[in-house]
Design a protein around this ligand. Structure first.
Ligand SMILES: [Zn+2]
Length: 444
């Protein structure tokens, strides 16, 4: 789509010395999906007055933001699940209704686009039913992102043990009344899927979608968490990722109970265990990391992992606050994710950035604390993992906002998607689709 975007402020990126590169009262011309020219409004418009124009002097234009950790459209709270510590909260998901993955995805995609998020890592909470059902659910998510024009990384959570608690399921079942144990056991058996079947689905679906979606979609793998995955399962997942050039995103050390599990089961920390089974490498992003010790962080830094900080989630579920300043001191790349919902249940990434900035100010007078530029860099840390190739690392979708906001390190050069706010037609089509189904949702 060829057009001209005009803005009072255009964030072009960050200079090498860390200062933002900003142009005032400028415009950019988009040609064949790429930024062809950024300059003074008159210079950009000259000879191109026939092109449609967006924005104006009251707008800020910036590269799109990235949500590095996302699960749901309608949040659990919206679906009637009250907040509780993670281990008491997750079992209540079994009572949640489903509206189908397409509508669910469109709902949060609209919210993300509204606050400037144009790229997301979507981690499906689990694949239910038979492989044909998995394909339908996955296609619903991916087609929704395609239709609305967002870039997406996609993965689905994989578990092969400890579904009921942190202990072996067989041990838990032994302590249940016989009739209840029989009922629960049947459900567990029906839901059990060998990891190799998930890997086959990953390869098949990736093959189907990569050509169709091009550099807007990347397939990743998501072992759910250490206590949910056997060593054999983790090693197969990481081997598959390495064979296919995929990234791995894994929840780890979200709660204190998860930290205790690793020590009780393995005699050392969760991070040490991943290192021992050769599942700690630069392809890995760890979600949360709230309970990492200093030596864990040293190991994570050594291995080149990224950590995705989900600040709202840690606060709302009482899981903890990630030691982000300790991560920064070790130069661990920190990304930002909204997880199941942010503080306001509205997927506002700018608000999440402000929260993360404030949460790690600490109380000293002279301590090294994150500033706005640091929060912008956190945004940037996720992007390469969500794009199809390194050559697309600078391929940000521009968004226009009527509010002051942050930039990223990425400069606006190279291929540019025509999605984001530029796809106003797609956006309104998706909104209409949701609106038209509202009555039937209420009826259900
Ligand atoms: Zn999560």
């Amino acid at each position: 789509m060829d057009c001209i975007i005009e803005a009072g402020i255009i964030f072009c990126g960050m200079n090498k010395n860390g200062t933002p590169s900003i142009r005032h009262d400028a415009a950019m011309r988009i040609q064949n999906g790429k930024i062809a020219h950024i300059g003074a409004v008159e210079a950009v418009v000259s000879g191109n007055a026939h092109l449609p124009r967006h924005g104006g002097p009251d707008f800020v234009a910036m590269p799109g933001l990235v949500n590095g950790h996302h699960h749901f459209g309608l949040t659990p709270l919206m679906m009637g699940v009250p907040f509780a510590p993670l281990e008491l909260w997750l079992p209540q998901f079994r009572r949640m209704r489903s509206i189908g993955t397409r509508l669910d995805t469109l709902y949060s995609a609209i919210e993300m686009l509204e606050s400037g998020t144009t790229t997301v890592h979507h981690i499906a909470s689990g694949l239910m039913g038979k492989p044909d059902d998995w394909a339908v659910a996955t296609d619903g998510v991916l087609q929704a992102y395609q239709d609305i024009g967002m870039r997406a990384g996609y993965s689905f959570m994989i578990r092969d043990r400890n579904i009921l608690t942190y202990d072996d399921d067989a041990e838990v079942l032994k302590n249940l009344p016989v009739d209840l144990a029989a009922r629960v056991s049947a459900g567990l058996a029906a839901a059990h899927v060998p990891t190799r079947d998930y890997m086959a689905f990953f390869r098949e679906t990736r093959g189907r979608w990569v050509e169709k979606a091009g550099d807007r979609l990347r397939f990743n793998l998501a072992p759910a968490n250490l206590h949910w995955c056997s060593d054999e399962s983790l090693q197969l997942i990481f081997q598959t990722a390495r064979d296919n050039g995929a990234q791995v995103h894994m929840h780890l050390l979200e709660t204190q109970r998860q930290a205790a599990f690793a020590h009780n089961r393995y005699g050392h920390s969760a991070v040490e265990h991943l290192a021992a089974i050769e599942c700690l490498g630069p392809e890995l992003t760890l979600g949360h990391g709230n309970w990492m010790s200093r030596s864990d962080l040293d190991r994570v830094a050594e291995c080149g992992c990224t950590i995705c900080h989900n600040a709202s989630s840690g606060l709302r579920l009482g899981s903890g606050i990630a030691p982000v300043n300790e991560m920064r001191r070790r130069a661990i790349p920190v990304a930002l994710g909204i997880d199941q919902s942010n503080l306001a249940d509205d997927r506002d990434m700018l608000l999440e950035m402000k929260l993360a900035w404030a949460l790690h100010r600490e109380t000293g007078m002279w301590n090294d604390r994150p500033d706005a530029r640091g929060c912008c860099r956190w945004q940037r840390n996720t992007a390469p993992r969500l794009q199809a190739s390194k050559s697309c690392a600078a391929a940000w979708i521009p968004v226009l906002l009527l509010t002051s906001c942050f930039s990223t390190e990425s400069r606006w050069s190279g291929p540019l998607s025509t999605g984001g706010c530029l796809s106003a037609k797609r956006f309104s089509t998706a909104a209409t689709e949701l609106q038209s189904t509202r009555c039937s949702l209420v009826a259900r």
